[in-house]
Ligand binder design. Sequence first.
Ligand SMILES: [Zn+2]
Length: 114
Amino acid sequence: MGKKRKRRGWYCRICGRYRSNESFTGKGRKKHICKDCAKLSGAEQASNAAVNKIINLPFSLSKDQIKWLRKKAHDSRPDVREAAEMELEMRFGTNNEPEIPDYDDDFLFDDDFF
Ligand SMILES: [Zn+2]
């Protein structure tokens, strides 16, 4: 009989769920991609992960995060764009976009996924 572990499993950054050990390969665990999501194409994974990230943004955003989000509202992927637009609207309203100073375009997150 196997002992039940307390751990809820592993977080999949693509579908944004905690999933059981069995839902991951060893390699997937490291990359936080479950078996189901590993089957998706790289483009689908990136798009899902971006949507996921948008949905999980903290309540209070830094200027960099706002800028990232606004950039995503013009993303070429419709899913990402819609999620970002919704998020912006929810947070700032449609006619009330925050003013963002122009920084250089260095990548804002250490995520090689986007
Ligand atoms: Zn997944």
